[in-house]
Design a protein around this ligand. Structure first.
Ligand SMILES: [Zn+2]
Length: 69
């Protein structure tokens, strides 16, 4: 079975990678890091397979478009 690929939102000081689908904001470092045994991460959007991560990326795009960024 292919491992789930999350979008990496942030990397903690201990090396744990926080997936976009688990962080409510980029300042929320209490989220659980990705379990690298069952999943992995990328920062290339086209390689993301986690649906929750993709949904969040789309929402962020919509917000930035509204703000004119
Ligand atoms: Zn995810």
């Amino acid at each position: 079975m292919a491992r789930l690929v999350h979008f990496a939102a942030a990397v903690r000081e201990d090396g744990g990678v926080l997936p976009m689908c688990r962080v409510l904001s980029l300042l929320n470092f209490s989220a659980r890091p990705i379990n690298m045994r069952v999943a992995t991460w990328t920062n290339r959007r086209e390689a993301v397979s986690c649906k929750a991560c993709l949904l969040k990326l789309k929402r962020i795009d919509a917000t930035e478009a509204k703000e004119g960024k």
